[in-house]
Design a binder for this molecule. Structure first.
Ligand code: URA
Length: 292
């Protein structure tokens, strides 16, 4: 094989990765996943290394025929944050509780090191729109555009969301506040894991408390299931009003789930149902405004 062949094979492999959605390098060093597994430790071996925390990045294993391990990859997470990695959801809850305004919650989230997603994300995507608006929309997680710009719903599905809201006279410029369950983009837009979601829930719950909307709209199944603690899919959950319980006051906020705009882009036949949901939202917002 000539150098040119190797170069063109490497380019073809990279293009294939990108088409398959692999667009982030997670570790500083490549991992030889084809190397044989290491032999089990002998009795005389030194004590086994402590297990890494559940959400810490995995250390690559090096088989006997693999080259000797390289020097340790520099720690992506400062030592002081290690405690947060050990019990990330508890750490998130304590940090979120300490925030007494949206600005301080944003700062707390930007400084939080207990979620591995933050390591690969470019930005902490906090919110967009009008803080204090009657309607708060909650999506799933930032995609590539949101990660780059640091704002939720600014890519193609965000454009559809804007059109959906405009169809009932709303806009993020003056009447809607928007955030996500996760403030950090899962690499390659993969599904967030239950552990990642559990870590981020205290932040979004506190976010809702501090923004104090009158009505919630859950955009998609992840948002609805996570915040309502439900197992049903979005097809069952959408279109029926639910009460989202405020964690500390005993109060509730009326919440309506609807299809995620990204799903509607793939499945335009469901737009009629989404339109019904939007009309129901409009009616509820009008009632809320009259009641003031
Ligand atoms: N999808 C979401 O759920 N949120 C965004 O911010 C963008 C796409």
């Amino acid at each position: 094989m000539t150098a040119a062949d190797i170069h063109s094979a490497a380019r073809a492999l990279l293009s294939w990765y990108v088409e398959a959605g692999v667009d982030e390098a997670i570790l500083a060093d490549p991992v030889n996943r084809l190397a044989p597994a290491p032999k089990p430790a002998q009795r005389s071996d030194p004590a086994p290394a402590p297990r890494p925390a559940a959400s810490a990045p995995q250390t690559p294993t090096h088989g006997p025929s693999a080259p000797p391990p390289r020097p340790a990859v520099p720690r992506a997470v400062p030592r002081a944050a290690q405690a947060e990695l050990d019990r990330p959801a508890d750490a998130a809850r304590a940090a979120a509780r300490g925030a007494t305004s949206l600005e301080s919650l944003k700062r707390v989230m930007e400084g939080f090191e207990g979620c591995g997603l933050k390591i690969t994300a470019t930005n902490t995507v906090f919110a967009d729109g009008v803080a204090g608006a009657d309607l708060m929309v909650i999506g799933e997680a930032p995609g590539a555009d949101e990660d780059r710009q640091g704002k939720p719903f600014v890519g193609v599905s965000g454009q559809l969301l804007d059109r959906m809201l405009a169809s009932i006279g709303l806009s993020r410029a003056d009447s809607v506040y928007i955030t996500n369950i996760l403030p950090w983009r899962p690499p390659g837009n993969r599904q967030p894991t239950p552990a990642e979601i559990a870590t981020c829930v205290p932040f979004v719950e506190r976010h809702i408390e501090l923004a104090a909307p009158k009505v919630l709209m859950f955009a998609g199944g992840t948002s609805a299931k996570t915040l309502m603690g439900r197992k049903e899919g979005i097809t069952r959950l959408r279109g029926t009003w639910m009460d989202w319980p405020l964690p500390n006051s005993g109060g509730v906020i009326p919440a309506l789930a609807t299809y995620h705009p990204a799903y509607l882009l793939r499945t335009p036949g469901q737009k009629a149902s989404a339109w019904k949901d939007l009309l129901a939202l409009r009616r509820r917002l009008d009632e809320v405004a009259k009641a003031v």
